[in-house]
Design a protein. Structure first.
Length: 151
């Protein structure tokens, strides 16, 4: 009995992220956390975002946290990107290394300027405006266990 309860709880915890990606109300463009797909590093974006295997600097907190492990010094990373339609993406990260492992804290913000509200029933702008902001914060830890393995 206890084993079944633990199995059900573990399954529920694993399926919980799917709720974030579900489309509420069936409207197009309402999937959550899409701003996390935006790259933060020009080097990685220039490589077509095929960067997880070679990430070895502070931008690893976004692409592959295990890449933090070989860091030899503390680092700070700040990124600002202006997208079309007055969309601004900010990313800030800082690392601390003690020689054995590396700790990192990071934040990502996507902000849009005022947009006009349009409704299907009115067929056009209503005269109202809205803004949208998304925020993601995180902590990472990386450690080099052997010369070929880090996590």
């Amino acid at each position: 009995m206890k084993k079944n309860i633990i199995l059900i709880l573990a399954l529920a915890v694993m399926l919980l992220p799917l709720c974030v990606q579900a489309k509420p109300f069936g409207k197009t463009g309402t999937v959550g956390m899409q701003f996390l797909k935006l790259g933060v590093d020009a080097r990685a974006i220039g490589m077509g975002e095929a960067y997880t295997a070679v990430s070895d600097d502070i931008s690893s907190v976004y692409w592959n946290p295990a890449g933090l492990a070989p860091a030899f010094q503390n680092q700070v990373f700040v990124s600002h990107t202006n997208w079309v339609a007055d969309i601004m993406h900010e990313f800030v990260a800082a690392t601390y290394t003690n020689g054995v492992s590396t700790f990192a804290a990071y934040g990502s913000v996507l902000h849009m300027d005022k947009l006009d509200v349009t409704e299907e029933e009115v067929f056009g702008p209503t005269g109202e405006t809205f803004t949208n902001s998304n925020i993601a914060l995180g902590l990472s830890y990386g450690q080099q266990f052997t010369d070929k393995f880090s996590a």
